[in-house]
Write a protein that binds this ligand. Structure first.
Ligand SMILES: NC(=O)c1ccc[n+]([C@@H]2O[C@H](COP(=O)([O-])OP(=O)(O)OC[C@H]3O[C@@H](n4cnc5c(N)ncnc54)[C@H](OP(=O)(O)O)[C@@H]3O)[C@@H](O)[C@H]2O)c1
Length: 220
């Protein structure tokens, strides 16, 4: 059992409570929303549970029963948007480091795990130049600083995001609203690898992005 300090809303919560996905995710009532990240304090421990103590600060990613059943993943929490919730000890729950605030922790697991999957899938190599599309968004904000440790990052974003993206480690920021990314990126990274179909780090929302508009990963 955990007393929640912070929790984040996932688009799935809005779709489920509006009934938009009722065919795919029928709700069992009483239904507690909260299909995403959370942070809180352990208040009670179930029998046979190891690795956590009462009073510890934790954070994690949680799928409540209705959502989990609908998308075929394990249910690990009773729902994050409640003062108290049960949470299964396991790979989706971690101790929160004191330097990580509860609010940040409650926004990190989903984007963090997705960002790590992007990096894993992309297999970016040191010193490559990588274009991150949708860089100021949730996924981009995770991907840019991790990539910038070993690659040159060109980030697409809107003009007000320029300082933020520079602060995350982007070497260059290209405004996507008033520029042709294809034309802007090619001079910035002249030697293309020539391996067709390589992944780029693309954090645009699928409903808004145009996949044909962006160039592939390049090397400097
Ligand atoms: N967040 C998660 O945990 C998660 C998990 C799994 C999958 N996903 C998927 O991953 C994608 C990104 O998620 P997110 O959470 O990072 O979304 P987000 O926070 O909404 O960020 C999307 C970013 O893309 C930018 N953008 C929109 N249209 C663009 C265009 N045509 N060209 C360039 N940039 C454009 C947006 O800029 P503006 O703000 O200026 O419009 C924004 O910076 C979505 O398809 C989402 O469904 C997300």
């Amino acid at each position: 059992m955990r007393r929640n300090t912070a929790a984040s809303l996932n688009p799935a919560d809005l779709l489920m409570t509006a009934g938009t996905v009722r065919e795919m995710v029928p709700l069992d009532f009483p239904f507690v929303p909260g299909t995403d990240d959370l942070a809180g304090t352990v208040t009670k421990i179930g029998p046979g549970t190891h690795g956590f103590e009462v009073g510890e600060e934790v954070f994690g990613f949680g799928a409540p029963p209705s959502f989990a059943a609908g998308v075929g993943i394990p249910a690990v929490t009773s729902g994050a948007l409640a003062e108290y919730a049960t949470f299964q000890a396991g790979p989706y729950l971690a101790k929160r480091p004191s330097k990580l605030s509860a609010v940040i922790a409650a926004a990190l697991p989903s984007t963090g795990m997705t960002g790590l999957a992007v990096l894993d899938r992309g297999r970016f190599q040191p010193r490559e130049t990588v274009l991150v599309i949708g860089a100021p968004g949730g996924i981009g904000s995770v991907v840019v600083p991790l990539l910038a440790r070993q690659c040159t990052v060109i980030a697409s974003g809107a003009e007000p995001d320029r300082d933020y993206l520079r602060g995350l480690g982007a070497a260059e920021v290209i405004g996507y609203r008033d520029s042709d990314l294809t034309q802007e990126v090619r001079p910035a990274s002249p030697r293309r690898r020539g391996r067709g179909g390589e992944p780029r780090a693309d954090g645009r929302g699928g409903h808004r992005g145009n996949p044909d508009a962006a160039p592939r990963r390049t090397t400097a």
